[in-house]
Design a protein around this ligand. Structure first.
Ligand SMILES: C[S@@+](CC[C@H](N)C(=O)[O-])C[C@H]1O[C@@H](n2cnc3c(N)ncnc32)[C@H](O)[C@@H]1O
Length: 205
């Protein structure tokens, strides 16, 4: 990544952290990824040459910029969903500053309703919204996943009880390998290869 973009990301992350330290209302916190988690997402998206990314939980666009910079390399596109109009406005401004807005389709609203209308196929899905609706979003997305797909979710180590429903939804998917990477707050990775899909390993166990 270019030094200018890294400087912008460091400034967004710093403002997010300062905001979150000040703000007592959780809905107004930015809750950005840890930088090393965001970097790992970007490396994974680039190295797997993913082109159809879905992100649930845009916030101010910090992780979206990492993913959009990957899409600039792979000539892909990311759809990113956020329920807060104020945060979406911040994300748009930050993406413009990063010169990456063209790679992003920002959607405003409740993620589950939006996911149900999307067509896919997605080859990379990052769940970073509320954890209670994530299992339903997994169910809705299942027929909309590409044969080779990576699904990720943060906060496995920081919020184990809250993310348990998501993890059990993922554990029940046929053909997926699952692991937790102890980076940042704990990143869940679930991967299915086209070979598994071709052998008929699709759906729920
Ligand atoms: C953890 S923050 C996302 C942080 C962001 N991925 C980053 O690293 O910069 C979660 C965001 O998801 C949004 N959100 C949570 N549940 C949602 C839902 N069901 N639908 C839409 N947005 C949701 C929240 O408003 C919040 O901004």
């Amino acid at each position: 990544m270019k030094p200018q973009l890294l400087d912008l990301l460091a400034s967004i992350e710093r403002h997010g952290r300062e905001n979150d330290d000040r703000e007592s209302d959780r809905a107004r916190k930015m809750l950005n990824l840890e930088p090393e988690t965001a970097q790992l997402l970007s490396i994974l998206a680039r190295s797997a040459r993913t082109k159809r990314v879905l992100e649930i939980g845009t916030s101010n666009g910090y992780s979206t910029i990492y993913l959009a910079s990957a899409m600039a390399e792979t000539d892909g596109k990311i759809i990113s969903i956020e329920r807060s109009p104020d945060k979406q406005t911040m994300a748009r401004e930050n993406l413009i500053r990063a010169g990456l807005l063209d790679y992003v389709d920002l959607r405003l609203g409740e993620a589950t309703a939006i996911v149900s209308e999307l067509t896919g196929p997605f080859d990379f899905v990052f769940f970073d919204g509320d954890r209670s609706s994530a299992p339903e979003q997994v169910r809705l997305l299942l027929p909309k996943l590409a044969p080779t797909v990576l699904m990720l979710a943060d906060n496995v180590l920081s919020h184990p009880a809250e993310i348990a429903g998501y993890l059990s939804a993922v554990a029940g998917l046929k053909g997926f390998e699952h692991m937790v990477v102890p980076v940042g707050k704990g990143l869940s990775l679930a991967y299915r290869s086209a070979a598994c899909t071709a052998e008929g390993a699709v759906g729920v166990e």
